[in-house]
Write a protein that binds this ligand. Structure first.
Ligand code: ADP
Length: 622
């Protein structure tokens, strides 16, 4: 079977490879490449921000050393060697002036220059992710492993870049401090360097700790996903009704407590290990290194008298700085490893090869006959096909009705027509050419569509109708479309008319439309566009019978010369269709005009009679 590679397949293949990679951690080359990737994001947005950021680190790192150990040694030596006060005071004044100037620049930079620049970096990264998110195939959303990575990428992207910047900042600072202080100690007694190097051994523990931290975060993601879902069910409008009837809210609260129990278990698994690594580091650094060097300095000064009191004071001051610097540098490298693992998820997502790429060189679609040839389809992870060997031809300008019970595959068929999924077998043709050969955006633009589970956006009415930023001259087209869909009367009555914002998420004075009104607004999308083919998936589910009738009349008038494929539960709306397809268990069970199907006396006729009876209370003649 000619199966399109789904994210699940790609995921499986990459998953096995990645599992091995994660156990070993990322190869050094890849880690460095990930860190450079993060830095490139900043550099591309603002080289000046990047340069000033690190120039300031260099200045502060140097000043810190000069103001600390260096000045201390100068004063102590100066006292011992009777250096003229003028020399010491002049040096102190120069340092003070440099500090005053650098502080002013520092405050201005961090409070005024840096925040908007960093926001821009964040927004640019998010934009890349969102752009990518809008191109990945729908199946990705149904693959939990991929969805987790997607969420991690979204959570981590901008914060992680900031953390990378911070780690490099620390690394530069620590390197300056380490080099300057080591040189000072080396001048006093080369043996002291041994104490400074001990913290390097703690790096192994630090790496272990960083791995634990990453594993713990990864293990938390599925729990967080469940918590977020529960949260959504409590605050999203679309769940509000169901959450108030029956016992679903209790079920959700139980789920919340279950996530808490899972979290507790997770913490039990990782908490103790993290405590042990932290303890080893603290003791290794504070007891072995710092106190060890102090013992040595005190012994050399008081014991064998080989060291001056001045040098002893400098050692006590510098050894702590050196070992902390080394420890932090090791930590910095461990942090790079951690950042790199998280950035790997971001890059995985950004580099993910979408199954349906936009090929700019592919031909544009201009409508025409639509044909399905032996199309079968199976959802990712499903055990059986949802559509089986469907063949149908819809000539340009024909009006087609898809009818059938819930779950018979009507919406799935429409999703294949729109190339939201590709068939697992068979092909969809537009104007005699495989749909995959067209430029994707142009192919999809050949269809105007209203989905059964339509959404209105927290944007103006105009934007909701056009589904894009309005252009000059659009107002009249939107108004006309709303008239045709039956929503104009309501929109006209609003104080801000077409500019009214729908929902209150972005605007306190936003408008909450009723289900039927919102459906009419989304229907206007079809009237506002001239796409050669209109697809309506249960367009009248929220409308009353009169509104439904008017809507259909308007729709058919507006759709003259354009193809229409509509799904409807109300068979009365299929009566005038050029052809009706009755679907059953993913197959076409009956095809023909209303008259043909009624004459045949099959399933369609049975359903029609049943519905007509329910509507008028008695059997009507077909
Ligand atoms: P209809 O539109 O006729 O009600 P659908 O096309 O929505 O039917 O659904 C057909 C079948 O496909 C149903 O059994 C449904 O559960 C299944 N299905 C729909 N969407 C998905 C999905 N994203 N993943 C797995 N199965 C799905």
């Amino acid at each position: 079977m000619n199966q399109t590679p789904t994210p699940e397949h790609t995921e499986e293949k990459k998953g096995q490879k990645k599992k091995k990679e994660k156990k070993k951690r990322l190869p050094l080359k890849r880690s460095i490449s990930n860190i450079l990737f993060a830095l490139r994001q900043v550099w591309e947005v603002s080289p000046s921000y990047f340069i000033i950021y690190y120039a300031m680190t260099l200045v502060w790192g140097t000043l810190d050393f000069l103001e600390g150990s260096f000045l201390l040694r100068m004063i102590v030596n100066g006292i011992e060697k009777n250096t003229p006060t003028r020399v010491i005071v002049t040096f102190m004044l120069v340092i003070a002036v440099a500090d005053v100037l650098a502080s002013a620049l520092n405050s201005y930079y961090w409070n005024v220059l840096s925040p908007p620049k960093y926001q821009l970096v964040s927004a640019t990264i998010r934009k890349k992710l969102f752009r990518k998110a809008s191109t990945v195939e729908l199946a990705c959303y149904e693959t939990p492993a991929f969805y987790d990575k997607y969420m991690k990428a979204m959570d981590e992207a901008n914060g992680r870049v900031e953390k990378v910047m911070g780690t490099i900042d620390n690394l530069i600072w620590n390197t300056i401090s380490l080099c300057c202080n080591s040189f000072l100690l080396f001048l006093i007694d080369p043996v002291l360097i041994i104490f400074g190097l001990l913290p390097l051994l703690l790096g192994i523990v630090r790496r272990w700790q960083s791995k634990l931290s990453h594993d713990q975060t990864a293990a938390r993601k599925p729990i967080d996903r469940r918590v977020k879902y529960v949260r959504r069910t409590f605050y999203l409008n679309e769940y509000a009704k169901e959450m108030r009837i029956g016992g679903m809210y209790r079920r959700m609260l139980d789920e919340l407590m279950a996530t808490y129990r899972d979290f507790k278990q997770l913490m039990r698994k990782y908490g103790i290990l993290r405590a042990v690594t932290q303890y080893i580091q603290k003791v290794g650094l504070e007891v072995v290194t710092i106190l060890g060097a102090m013992f040595y300095a005190v012994w050399r000064t008081l014991g064998d008298g080989g060291m001056t009191i001045g040098d002893c004071i400098v050692i006590l001051n510098s050894i702590g700085t050196i070992s902390y610097c080394l420890n932090y540098m090791v930590q910095n490298f461990a942090e790079f490893g951690e950042h790199s693992l998280f950035l790997e998820d971001v890059r995985y997502f950004l580099d993910y090869e979408v199954a349906m790429p936009e090929d700019e060189d592919a031909p544009a679609a201009h409508g025409g006959d639509i044909e399905l040839k032996h199309v079968s389809f199976r959802y990712t992870g499903a055990e059986k096909d949802t559509l089986h060997d469907i063949s149908m031809k819809i000539r340009a300008g024909e009006h087609i009705a898809l009818v059938g019970l819930n779950g018979s595959g009507k919406t799935t068929l429409v999703k294949l027509l729109l190339r939201l999924y590709d068939p697992t077998d068979g092909e969809v043709l537009l104007d005699g050419r495989n749909a995959k050969e067209y430029r994707l955006s142009s192919y999809r633009d050949s269809f105007s569509c209203v989905f059964q589970d339509f959404r209105v956006f927290s944007m103006s009415v105009t934007e909701n109708v056009l589904l894009r930023t309005p252009r000059e001259g659009d107002t009249e087209r939107v108004r006309e479309a709303l008239r045709e869909s039956g929503a104009w009367e309501k929109i006209e009555s609003l104080p801000a008319g077409l500019d009214s914002t729908l929902t209150r998420e972005f605007d306190d004075h936003g408008i909450n439309l009723s289900g039927g009104e919102a459906q009419k607004v989304s229907l206007a999308r079809v009237f506002a566009e001239d796409a050669p083919c209109i697809i309506l998936d249960e367009p009248s589910s929220a409308l009353d019978p009169i509104a439904e009738h008017t809507m259909f009349e308007n729709m058919m008038r507006a759709a003259r010369g354009r193809s229409v494929i509509f799904i409807s539960h109300r068979l009365s709306s299929a009566v005038d269709a050029d052809r009706i397809y009755l679907m059953e268990d993913g197959r076409i069970a009956e095809t023909g005009t209303h008259r043909d199907l009624m004459a045949r006396g099959g399933k369609y006729a049975e359903m029609f009679h049943l519905q007509a009876k329910n509507y008028v209370g008695e059997e009507v003649e077909a």
